[in-house]
Write a protein that binds this ligand. Structure first.
Ligand code: FAD
Length: 382
């Protein structure tokens, strides 16, 4: 067993850390308060190739492995979890779906534009009545005169109002079950594709989340991604990888909370001599426990990422990683606010932003309860 990152993994980690410190961190708090999509951050992401992380160079990507991808998301999550969600949903969900399910022509048409950041990607599965149980979607696609005609509504689509390319799920037969779900690729401006309400969320203020309305949206036959009825299986595969990436962001946020906590305690120590008493203070306990649990979460994430890179099954490990890191970041940010006291309740404190964002990370790409369900199903079938 080797706990060392490769020189290439270390190099990308340091490069992204530097980009985050110089370009993302100074704007993160302000973007959150303004509640606007972080377009200027997208320019930096493009410049550093962070919108095409896992895709081969011939498609305009960086060809990086899953371990590097997770390390990158940890670095971005540490300073700005809204921007991290843009990177994750664009790479892991929209672009990966086209890359995994698309034919060569579709990959050549869409992946280079997505990887270079000419357009942002969105992945529209969830509907008002179907989230955890995604097979319950109601959107329907029917064939008419050599086209697909799609009707339905999507909710909570990340990049919903700012994307140029959408992957959209719909049933393509009357069975209306998981085996009748297909995926389509659609471009912004397609007649019948209308952006609805842009959600005002408790957190992730600089990430765009919108409803989509599909009214007789007409797509050419060749916009079907993969085989009809195959998209649910593809989506589950995509979510496995997505969940490991989400763990990276949660770990980054917990690390951000820890670093803020260390700074705070050091300053208070100068004034009040805390940490000098022979007994363990609650601040010391918080810092020690959090540092230990962050390392545990990172090991779970790296195990899942390594299995993915080795082409081995990692669905259970991905869920364990998301469950643990999601619960950790919620606990870490809650306790960090306790540590800061009244300062923690002000909008000046960075950790209150992480605290609000954490809750959304616990829900997105499968809530903690759904991760528990997946893990227990694996255990009971082994
Ligand atoms: C920040 C964010 C970004 C998102 N981005 C996207 C996106 O880009 N594309 C997209 O398609 N979707 C997106 N989503 C939607 C997300 O995938 C769903 O919110 C998630 O799957 C949960 O579905 P739901 O909100 O409908 O909750 P529900 O499924 O209604 O669940 C409500 C509660 O019931 C619990 N529950 C449900 N079923 C069970 C069960 N069987 N056993 C035990 N408990 C259960 C859940 O854990 C949850 O606590 C995003 C969500 C968030 C928060």
């Amino acid at each position: 067993m080797n706990f060392e990152l490769t020189p290439q993994q270390k190099q990308i980690q340091l490069k992204v850390r530097d980009f985050c410190t110089r370009e993302l961190a100074p704007r993160a708090q302000q973007n959150d308060l303004k509640e606007t999509f972080a377009w200027e951050a997208v320019e930096g992401l493009k410049k550093h190739g962070l919108l095409g992380i896992p895709f081969p160079k011939e498609y305009g990507g960086q060809n990086l492995d899953m371990v590097s991808y997770c390390l990158i998301l940890e670095e971005i999550g540490r300073v700005d979890s809204s921007v991290a969600l843009t990177v994750e949903s664009h790479n892991s969900l929209c672009s990966s779906h086209i890359f995994i399910a698309g034919n060569e022509e579709q990959k050549k048409k869409y992946i280079p534009r997505l990887a270079k950041g000419e357009v942002l990607g969105a992945w529209a599965l969830t509907e008002p009545g179907a989230g955890s149980d995604a097979s319950g979607i109601k959107t329907r696609a029917v064939q008419e005169n050599g086209h697909w005609v799609i009707n339905g509504s999507k909710t909570f689509t990340t990049q919903g109002s700012v994307a140029g390319v959408y992957v959209i799920f719909a049933h393509t037969s009357d069975a209306m079950n998981s085996q009748s779900i297909s995926a389509f690729v659609a471009e912004k401006g397609t007649p019948g594709l209308q952006v609805g309400k842009v959600e005002k969320k408790m957190g992730l203020h600089a990430s765009d989340t919108a409803q989509l309305h599909l009214t007789n949206m007409k797509l050419p036959k060749e916009n079907l991604l993969g085989k009809p009825g195959r998209a649910f299986v593809d989506a589950m595969k995509i979510l496995d990888a997505g969940r490991v990436g989400i763990s990276g962001i949660s770990i980054g946020m917990a690390r951000g909370a820890l670093e803020e906590g260390v700074k705070w305690v050091k300053e208070r120590k100068k004034k009040f001599k805390i940490g000098d008493s022979p007994g363990l203070t609650s601040a010391q306990k918080f810092l020690a426990d959090l540092a230990t649990e962050i390392d545990a979460a990172r090991f779970l994430m790296l195990r899942a990422a390594v299995l993915c890179d080795q082409g081995k099954p990692y669905s259970k490990e991905a869920s364990m990683s998301k469950l643990f890191s999601g619960e950790l970041v919620m606990k870490a940010t809650t306790q960090a606010i306790d540590l800061f006291g009244e300062y923690g309740a002000t909008l000046d404190c960075a950790v209150q932003r992480y605290f609000r964002d954490s809750k959304l990370y616990q829900i997105g790409e499968g809530s903690s309860q759904i991760q528990e369900l997946i893990i227990s199903r694996h255990l009971l079938s082994e």
